[in-house]
Design a protein around this ligand. Structure first.
Ligand SMILES: [Zn+2]
Length: 197
């Protein structure tokens, strides 16, 4: 039974890569200067996307290894894009990493488990009365029974239908989430692969 009295605070999935699509394209320009002279210059235009929106872009060093290393350093400093960090623009969007569908099922956690522990802490409301949880689209409403924090048994459904009526995600759909998807944790190995090429 949905409990609409709970004040909901959307948090990102623990495995959310922060940006779910990163596009890097070579950009050229012809520099002209009466003082230093003219020449072609090159840089990498880096575009950062999340949930189908381009959130940021910038021109970085044209050496791809340096671009990726600097990008990884900068991304590691950022906080998740959710309402616990006063970012509410994705509050209605599914919390499944890589999915940009509108969330129709709102769940709050019973307990929150640290990544290195099987002992969870009760998910009590914060000082303003907000209780942490996640929202999912119909395709991602079923969460499974293997995880701890993100598991069917660890949720209370407060809006929409619960996981018992949700289909299991079609693998084809996940594969088409974007043309180039890398997680922050993948950047290190990607740099190593390119260095060996
Ligand atoms: Zn979804």
């Amino acid at each position: 039974m949905a409990d609409t009295n709970i004040k909901f605070q959307r948090v990102c999935h623990r495995d959310d890569p922060l940006y779910d699509k990163i596009v890097i394209e070579l950009e050229e320009r012809y520099k002209q200067s009466t003082i230093s002279g003219d020449e072609w210059r090159f840089g990498n235009r880096v575009r950062l996307f999340y949930k189908g929106k381009e959130l940021d872009n910038g021109l970085m060093h044209s050496d791809i290894c340096i671009t990726l290393e600097k990008l990884a350093e900068q991304i590691k400093l950022l906080e998740p894009l959710d309402s616990s960090n006063n970012n509410k623009q994705f509050d209605d969007i599914c919390c499944q990493p890589g999915c940009a569908e509108r969330g129709t099922r709102k769940y709050v956690f019973k307990k929150i488990f640290p990544s290195n522990s099987f002992t969870g802490a009760e998910n009590v409301p914060d000082a303003n009365g907000y209780t942490k949880g996640m929202v999912f689209c119909d395709a991602h409403g079923k969460r499974g029974n293997c995880g701890l924090t993100d598991a069917d048994d660890n949720y209370i459904c407060i809006e929409g239908n619960d996981w018992t009526s949700a289909p299991v995600e079609d693998a084809k759909r996940s594969q088409s989430a974007g043309p180039f998807i890398i997680g922050v944790e993948d950047l290190g190995s990607l740099v190593a692969e390119i260095s060996d090429y």
